[in-house]
Design a protein around this ligand. Structure first.
Ligand SMILES: [Zn+2]
Length: 100
């Protein structure tokens, strides 16, 4: 999928702008793998084999997407995948090394 096509996409739930993260692209600059995140509701829409998955929540299957997001973990900047949204990590008191 071409980057200029992605610029025309908006969130399927609230029509807000989407931010693109590219994970893999071909030599022509077409995006093969990556994800779009909504600036408003923080939903994440994966791009798989060049196709963005833009379905509303009720047509999405969590168990199909979870393995993908696990694989892309390092691109999520510490955020976790929950209810099709990227959730920021909770900040624990006592620093990162604090044990529970
Ligand atoms: Zn949204």
């Amino acid at each position: 999928m071409r980057p200029e096509t992605i610029n025309k996409l908006c969130c399927s739930m609230d029509k807000s702008e989407l931010e693109l993260t590219t994970i893999a692209s071909d030599i022509h600059g077409n995006i093969l793998q990556g994800f779009l995140t909504c600036s408003e509701c923080e939903r994440i829409y994966p791009i798989v084999q060049g196709i963005p998955i833009m379905s509303p929540d009720e047509y999405r299957e969590y168990k199909l997407e979870q393995p993908l997001l696990d694989r892309w973990k390092r691109h999520l900047k510490g955020r976790t995948f929950k209810n099709f949204r990227l959730v920021a990590p909770e900040i624990k008191e006592g620093g990162e090394d604090a044990a529970d």
